[in-house]
Design a binder for this molecule. Structure first.
Ligand SMILES: O=C(O)CCC(=O)C(=O)O
Length: 454
């Protein structure tokens, strides 16, 4: 398997490294590392010759025995020398080119994915006790970045999964997880105020595909609506409950790097994003959010967590409603949809997370698994009244108005904007039409349930 990966990497990287990036020192270092790995793996894969080992004369009953070379103490392996500054430099290059989205940018993304896999391969081929303690975690982190930052897909993704599995099983002591909290949060129903302009709710038995298609096909009149009971059979709600954060920790992986949004709203000037281990996210930003002095809001938002943590895919199935053909764009231009043409993202956060008022250029089927969320919707016809950021800006799909505390001096027309609203709770499915502006506010509250200690 490892030699097949080496071959794959050569095929992926050589054309880039000998073409567009030929005069780049990073490129030649990467090729050199591949050569080294191939040499090392060839020697460890050579068939073992049987050799005659003479008996030690002082031993009683000593006899002449054959011993395989592999039975003897293996020759010392060279210490692991993975140069992580290489992946760091490629990342810096990618960040520098981030706004270009051209061939050179794509080329460096491929180099990063290749470099992350080369390092994984190197760790596996040369693995021994001399590997630096943090090497497995650094390798796993770079494999995550290859997915989250560089957008690995297809065969690259397959190799990332395989290498990750091997690294995790070969280096389990170095990857052991710190002591877990002894509390499990249970989701409690918050007090929800009455709604003035509620969206319609339908029972799943009243919403067959024909009716659904008829309702969503006409964009001029299509409005959001809730289908109750459409996902109540998901194991995420029944057996492998996503409300149990420790279940999520084990399914996603404590060390998996995930993107976290820090700050109240993505429209705020002090808002930022950070990649952090999923376990740290739970321990530093989710569990403490239940305390009297919660930390700043950290939102794991709009992330295809399921590409990274494929174990979670066992806990749900795509609703049939996602498979209808409306003739409209199914996914955003710059996103990678699954083989079924559906882009699946996850949002996970504590109480108080907010998504500012914005619209998406695709139809959305929104499943609420844990906790409660308030959503408000403004139809495309209200665009003028919700004051989007100027066309051409990065936030042109987002309103400048803070819906919770609108500044009506600056945004006078906002008071005339008509809207619909709803609370979503566990098991609800919402149809959200293309270009309908929406804002969300999480009301999820956890109560900490003490485990009995024996
Ligand atoms: O749940 C959220 O905070 C935002 C969800 C959203 O914007 C979407 O599904 O398009």
């Amino acid at each position: 398997m490892l030699s097949a990966l080496a071959l794959f990497l050569r095929t992926e990287l050589e054309p880039l490294l000998s073409g567009k990036l030929s005069d780049n020192p990073i490129a030649s270092q990467l090729l050199q590392e591949l050569d080294e790995i191939e040499l090392a793996s060839q020697s460890s894969l050579q068939p073992s010759r049987r050799s005659l080992v003479l008996p030690q004369p002082k031993h009683r009953n000593a006899s002449c025995t054959f011993q395989s070379e592999t039975d003897r103490a293996p020759p010392p392996k060279p210490p692991i020398a993975i140069d992580f500054t290489l992946t760091d430099s490629v990342l810096a290059k990618i960040q520098q080119l981030a706004n270009r989205h051209d061939d050179t940018h794509i080329c460096w993304l491929t180099v990063f994915i290749g470099a992350a896999l080369v390092h994984g391969l190197k760790l596996l081929v040369l693995s021994d006790a001399s590997a630096p303690l943090d090497a497995p975690i650094r390798v796993l982190n770079d494999l995550d970045r290859a997915i989250v930052v560089a957008g690995a897909s297809g065969q690259q993704l397959e190799w990332i999964y395989k290498v990750r599995e091997l690294v995790e099983s070969s280096f389990s002591p170095a990857l052991s997880v710190p002591e877990q909290p002894k509390n499990t949060p249970v989701d409690v129903i918050p007090e929800l105020s009455d709604l003035e302009f509620p969206v319609k709710t339908y029972a799943v038995d009243d919403m067959d595909m024909v009716r659904f298609l008829t309702m969503v096909q006409d964009t001029s009149s299509s409005v959001p609506f809730i289908i109750q009971g459409a996902i109540s059979f998901w194991s995420a709600l029944t057996t492998r409950k996503w409300a149990d954060l420790e279940y999520l920790r084990s399914a996603v992986g404590h060390h998996r790097l995930v993107p976290v949004e820090l700050g109240a709203r993505y429209t705020d000037s002090d808002w930022s994003q950070q990649l952090m281990p999923f376990g740290d996210y739970l321990d530093q930003l989710i569990y403490p959010s239940q305390c009297a002095n919660p930390p700043e809001v950290g939102y794991l938002a709009q992330h295809n967590l399921f590409t990274q943590a494929s174990r979670l895919k066992r806990d749900f199935s795509l609703p049939d409603y996602t498979q209808i053909e409306t003739g409209r764009r199914a996914v955003p231009e710059d996103s990678v949809a699954g083989s079924d043409g559906v882009l699946v993202n996850a949002w996970l956060g504590p109480r108080g997370t907010v998504s500012p008022l914005h619209f998406d250029k695709y139809d959305n089927v929104f499943a609420q698994v844990v906790g409660y969320k308030y959503l408000r919707f403004y139809a495309p016809g209200e665009t003028e009244n919700v004051y989007p950021f100027p066309p051409g800006s990065a936030l042109c799909n987002t309103s400048q108005v803070d819906v919770n505390e609108p500044d009506l001096q600056r945004f006078a027309l906002f008071s005339q904007a008509r809207y619909l609203e709803c609370y979503l709770g566990p098991g609800d499915l919402l149809y959200l039409p293309v270009c309908s502006s929406h804002t969300t506010h999480s009301h999820t509250r956890y109560a900490l349930e003490k485990h009995r200690q024996h």
